[in-house]
Design a binder for this molecule. Sequence first.
Ligand code: KG4
Ligand code: ZN
Length: 330
Amino acid sequence: MNELILGIETSCDDTAAAVVDAGGRILSSVVASQLEIHEAFGGIYPEFAARAHVATILPTVHEALGRAAVSPADLLAIAVTRGPGLVGSLLVGLNTAAALGAGWGKPVIGVNHLRGHLRSADLEERRVKYPATVLLVSGGHTLLAYMKDAAGIELLGSTRDDSVGESYDKVGRMLGTGYPGGPAVDRMAAGGRACIPFPRPMIDKGCDFSFSGLKAAVARHVEAAGEGTREDIAASFVQAVMDVLIKKSRLVLGRYPSASFVIVGGVAASPRLREEAARLCEETGVELCLPPTRWSTDNAAMIALAAFDYARLGILPPPVAELQLTIRDF
Ligand code: KG4
Ligand code: ZN
């Protein structure tokens, strides 16, 4: 029997469980979305997220084991997201994993959520050519990393304030789209002209990002009923985001020899970002690597795959109970 790990992910608003083998093959991946609960609030309501995880975590785990047709005895270990994320949500996954581990007699491996995202492009098949430059753009995080191999992660820069996805969602709210705003803002932008000169915060300042100033500029423009249609505002915002993401990615690709440029996280679904990245890769001669969207958003398969890295590459996994981690604790 292949070595199998059960992954559990509850860092934000999706309850997820998956069974993955050492090659990244996915035997099952179940994601219970809480979108309907949070939609009414226009964003994630942390207390409701934690309660929903409590209600769905065990059925989700059982469904993942059932779909994979494996029993707990077949597992090598349980991998669980230990952070970063919403503390109440994380605790549900961590306590469930600890209880199942004790009951089944299986080790529990705590995985950094961002390591999971960074490795998600290799789920199902090996797509990433190393060394790789990776841009992670999700609802919770924005960062650029250099990976000399699957385990060797060097964090080059991250956001000082808001993430790209969060900014899309807030701009969506200003423009009257539902939650999440990202896909709607992207679609709206396609029908507008990028004619409003919104700022490109920190565009010339290395690999760190900042998006709060851009978000505030859009808010001021909307409040003041400034020039342009809603479509023009969306297009101008998206253009500002793209200019920042592409300029910083170009900087890294110029400095760090890369066989591939990987984009992961929910915003990787953006057709605009995909187009701009394809152009950048053509220009730099680096292969573009975009995993299927279902592996780019939160899932437990990426957590299980990252746990294999800890074991295979001899990285000492951080203690499961350690919640006080920073994004540097890969
Ligand atoms: O990775 P993800 O599912 O959540 C976190 O792990 O945080 O990313 C969700 C984010 C949301 O902010 C959503 O608005 C954004 O990804 N998103 C998009 C698009 N599709 C999803 N942003 C821009 N364009 C899209 N097409
Ligand atoms: Zn995530």
